[in-house]
Design a protein around this ligand. Sequence first.
Ligand SMILES: C[S@@+](CC[C@H](N)C(=O)[O-])C[C@H]1O[C@@H](n2cnc3c(N)ncnc32)[C@H](O)[C@@H]1O
Length: 290
Amino acid sequence: MTADIDQATLMRVYGTGIGSTAAEGLWNRAFAADRYGIDGWSDPAAVEAWEKLADIGRRCGHDPRRLVSGSKSLGVGIITRSRVTDGFLAEFRRLYPTSHQIVIVGIGLDTRPQRLADEAATWIGVDFDGSVTLREKLFDDDPVVCVAQSVTEPGWCDMLDPDVPTCLIAEGLLRYFTTGEVQSFMKAVTGHMQAPVWLVADTHHTSPAALPLKKIVADTTGRPVSFAVDSAAGLAGLCPGWRPVAEMPLTGAHTWAGRAGGLFTLATGEYTYSCKVIAWDGPDHRPAAQ
Ligand SMILES: C[S@@+](CC[C@H](N)C(=O)[O-])C[C@H]1O[C@@H](n2cnc3c(N)ncnc32)[C@H](O)[C@@H]1O
């Protein structure tokens, strides 16, 4: 979708080319439930932020709607991903109810902090400078403290309190990284944190069966999927000290790609696209002797 839009305009509105990939998520959280008849979802903060984005876009001669694919598969997928991630976050909060950090890496225009009231949480967001600046324009009273830095560069987690249990959320992010970048991201966390950490992240499978789903992402965001991994155990195995916790498929039976994914799961026990949860239990944790 971004290929035919002037890059200078994207930079003016979104600060970075990749920051514009956040528009698809925002629009779908705002409008996909009505458009596709999805029950039990509403996100008024996303509607309000979208209206402000459209206004900023108008002043720059850009209609952000042009970045939205209008794909039902993607719209349903984004709401499913938001719900599944919210569910894992709720589990994390039950484990550490009195105080926790929720760190959204590649936060873009995520409305989770607006959607989920959480008195016990410190919300931190990390994204490029331009994305953080746009976020500040779209959300009044944002509870998030934003760090304008790439999470593939050292130092991004200096803002995190090492002694507070932390849930890292990476939605629609790791796909843009190399395997080496994912590893150094995970290593930065274990090098900094003392308290337990969960990482909740969506990723695709490496199998050719995941190619149609990866193509939808590349076609809609203009960015190819570069990182893929086969399971939560595979993700955890990329860096010492992490362990798999849970995994939920993000493909539904409403599209042929989702139905093909179901067959793939029947055959292999793995998912073409899923939300994975992995944990790091702190530097003093030693796995029980076998
Ligand atoms: C597809 S958007 C997803 C935004 C948000 N997580 C959501 O679900 O709506 C990807 C976001 O990741 C950000 N991003 C990409 N690479 C990044 C990096 N190396 N460090 C920090 N943010 C990054 C982009 O700027 C963009 O805001």
